[in-house]
Design a protein around this ligand. Structure first.
Ligand code: C2E
Ligand code: CA
Ligand code: CA
Length: 709
């Protein structure tokens, strides 16, 4: 900041002469009560006084022994502190003057020849003294000004904002370093440039200064602000800025323009915006971005009356990969799939990941729905190609639902829902395929929703019950046990088939609670039958894939069995191959634990899924239940018959018991006997029976009698 230095008002005169009488006479003449007089009798003494005092003027005797007056003057000129102090030489000879003048170029010098008149001395001293005083004042002011200038210059040059000073004619007269830097051009190119040229795009006409907003505001002594302005530098830079232009206060004329780089906040804004609509894993759109894009696409299609399609993609079996290889591998897989999707689509198609393994594609400007089918086919083909993940060769497929605008719905929500439904259809019809949305799907979907709702109520109002279907030993007709089958007694619709509601229970997760209830109910029933049936009667319960996911499944079952005072081998758990395959490692572990507790394990519906005995060897299994489709076809289809025969032999080899399901005819029964099957279950003997009827079912009757033969 400016230092408030005060001028020392009392002048200080240094008188130098080797003779004391000369000094005394000088003092007598110059003493005026206002100035301070210092005296020195040698050059050395004079120099030392000069260092310790702020001397205004030196009266210097030229002829002195030792260091003479010239020498003192020379040394004074060599020092910054004393350089500018005026010197009045007092000399006896005129001869030395020229030599002296040559030596000194700066500082005021005057001469007084001895003998001098006191008048002349006084006048010369007064003039030199005044000269020096005003010089000191000036230099102090200069110093203060310099300081002020450098202070403001520092502010201007460290300001991050560009600052331009513009004169009344609109010509730039000053630009701070930030202005030069932001506009990427040197000061000389900016100074004396019209401001209007900076504010005009290179290919546009420059508006005259008087018509410009800068001028008009300035004219009205107003500040002009623009938040989204553009500046064009002489070097061709295009700079988005926020700027303000304010009139300079009088007496100055002209205006100051301050501008701020908008690129930084713009970039930040763009980045934030990007984050809000982008899926960080795949860098595709997220749900939010997708919905925005779909809105825009629908609006566009309304204008150009072109067709538009939404593809809803869901990877098949992604959960299995995620569960077995871990989330990092899952993430990697999703990224790779996103890459593949990019390759299958055109650059202007919109790709999004809605979450998990669900992707969507918006196909814009289609000529016909077939175009969407073509792209769906390409996606199916590309996705299914094997890829390496953590050193393993992995292939995933995808199920695709397609909804077109405007046929499948005119709103964004309706389109998305339709595509979602079509995707479910593709999935349930065997995966790795695409389906277009149909109105019929919509009806089914609505029915499903209703069913789902009443299922939830049924859980609350306990509309569930169990029926029991007998299983019989082929050797002697003895009752092996009962399979407990879930029934839903709907308060209006009557009995609902489990084929309809069990998949729904699984999808909604309700199976976990109901499944537990089934096990408990079946075990309690088995306990009540303790008296009337033989001790080794088996109660079979179906376990769904979802139930394998319950962490405490094994302890839950063990607790129920214990509470019902059953032996573990009186309970058989029926699981399907496909549910085991969903997460091989996990299933193996759960089955092993169940087996260790002594529970029996049966493979249900064998022959409908992978039907791989090699796979089954990996599990410890007690019972193989051959699916009733095989039994139904065996007598007319030689191949099926051969398969069943081989299956039975192999199972016996592996120590498994075989149950044939769905035995409906005596021919089937005879054939099964002839190929050494162990047990049968089917309508030929009994349908699933309500509790009371099952309780009356005889334990020891021959098969012929049971089948009414
Ligand atoms: P499943 O485990 O294969 O059960 C056997 C099904 O075949 C039963 O159908 C039974 O009524 C039927 N069936 C038995 N003998 C014959 C026959 O001779 N001919 C014909 N055509 N059918 C026969 P249901 O009771 O409708 O059960 C269907 C499926 O629902 C079951 O198939 C099972 O997968 C599932 N399910 C039933 N109860 C439960 C349960 O408590 N938990 C779980 N997770 N699933 C269950
Ligand atoms: Ca079963
Ligand atoms: Ca079955």
């Amino acid at each position: 900041m400016l230092s408030a230095k005060k001028l020392k008002h009392q002048p200080v005169l240094l008188l130098v002469d080797d003779r004391p009488e000369n000094l005394a006479s000088l003092e007598a003449v110059l003493e005026d009560g206002e100035r301070q007089l210092l005296s020195a009798q040698s050059g050395e003494q004079a120099l030392s006084l000069l260092l310790s005092h702020d001397v205004t003027l030196v009266l210097l005797d030229v002829q002195m022994p030792g260091m003479d007056g010239y020498e003192v003057a020379r040394l004074m000129r060599a020092k910054a502190r004393t350089r500018d102090i005026p010197i009045l030489f007092i000399t006896a000879t005129e001869r030395d003057e020229r030599a002296m003048l040559r030596g000194y170029e700066s500082g005021a010098i005057d001469y007084l020849y001895k003998p001098f008149s006191p008048d002349v001395l006084q006048r010369k001293v007064a003039v030199l003294q005044e000269l020096q005083l005003s010089r000191q004042r000036l230099s102090l002011m200069n110093r203060n000004l310099d300081e002020a200038r450098s202070y403001y210059a520092a502010i201007l040059s460290t300001a991050a904002e560009g600052i331009l000073v513009v004169d009344e004619q609109g010509i730039i007269s000053y630009a701070n370093p930030a202005a030069c830097q932001l506009l990427d051009c040197p000061l000389i190119m900016l100074e004396s440039e019209p401001l209007q040229k900076l504010a005009t795009a290179p290919d546009s006409n420059v508006v005259p200064w008087e018509n410009s907003l800068f001028f008009q505001h300035w004219h009205k002594k107003m500040t002009y602000r623009a938040h989204d302005a553009l500046l064009f530098s002489p070097t061709g830079q295009r700079l988005p800025v926020t700027l303000s232009s304010a009139p300079l206060p009088p007496p100055h004329r002209g205006l100051v323009v301050v501008f701020q780089d908008n690129r930084v906040p713009k970039q930040l804004q763009e980045q934030l915006l990007k984050q809000a609509i982008t899926d960080s894993l795949t860098e595709l759109f997220n749900r939010h971005g997708f919905l925005q894009a779909l809105h825009a696409a629908v609006a566009r299609s309304q204008r150009n009356s072109k067709s538009l399609a939404v593809l809803y993609l869901d990877l098949d079996g992604f959960k299995r990969i995620n569960d077995t290889l871990g989330h990092a591998a899952g993430d990697q897989l999703l990224r790779r799939m996103a890459e593949r999707l990019r390759r299958c689509t055109r650059s202007y198609d919109t790709l999004a990941r809605l979450g998990g393994d669900e992707f969507t594609v918006i196909l814009d400007g289609l000529d016909s729905p077939e175009d969407a089918a073509r792209i769906a086919e390409k996606i199916l083909e590309t996705i299914v190609a094997p890829l390496e993940l953590q050193g393993l060769q992995i292939a995933v497929s995808v199920s695709i639902g397609i909804a077109t605008w405007p046929d499948c719905g005119d709103s964004v929500d309706a389109l998305l829902q339709a595509a979602d439904l079509a995707m479910y259809q593709a999935k349930s019809e065997g995966r790795n395929q695409y389906r277009f949305f149909t109105a019929e799907m919509n009806g089914r979907a609505r029915a499903r929703l209703l069913l789902e709702e009443s299922l939830r109520q049924a859980v609350a109002t306990e509309e569930f019950l169990l029926h029991y279907q007998p299983q019989l030993m082929l050797s002697d007709g003895r009752l092996r046990g009962f399979e407990a089958l879930l029934r839903w007694q709907h308060h209006q619709a009557g009995l609902v088939s489990p084929a309809i509601f069990v998949p729904l229970l699984e999808e909604t997760g309700l199976i976990n609670s109901i499944g537990g209830w089934v096990i408990e109910r079946a075990c309690q029933q088995r306990q009540r039958w303790q008296a009337q049936f033989a001790g080794d009667l088996i109660i079979s319960v179906n376990l769904s894939a979802r139930q394998f996911g319950i962490a405490e499944l094994v302890t839950q079952i063990a607790r129920i069995v214990e509470q019902c005072q059953l032996r573990p081998n009186q309970l058989e758990l029926e699981v399907t191959e496909s549910s085991l395959m969903q997460d091989l490692e996990h299933s193996q572990r759960v089955l092993r634990e169940l087996r260790q507790q002594g529970f029996r394990i049966a493979i249900d519906d064998f022959g409908t899924g992978y039907s791989s005995l090699a796979y089954l060897r990996q599990f410890e299994i007690d019972t193989l239940k051959i699916d009733r489709m095989f039994i139904a076809n065996a007598l007319t289809n030689g191949k099926d018959a051969a398969i069943v025969e081989t299956l039975i032999q192999l199972s016996h080899h592996l120590g498994m018991e075989v149950v044939a399901e769905g035995v409906e005819t005596t021919e089937q029964l005879r054939w099964l006997q002839s190929i050494d099957c162990d047990c049968v279950q089917g309508y030929l003997f009994a349908k699933p029976l309500p509790e009371a009827e099952a309780s009356r079912y005889p334990g020891q009757v021959s098969l012929a009698d049971r089948a009414g033969l």
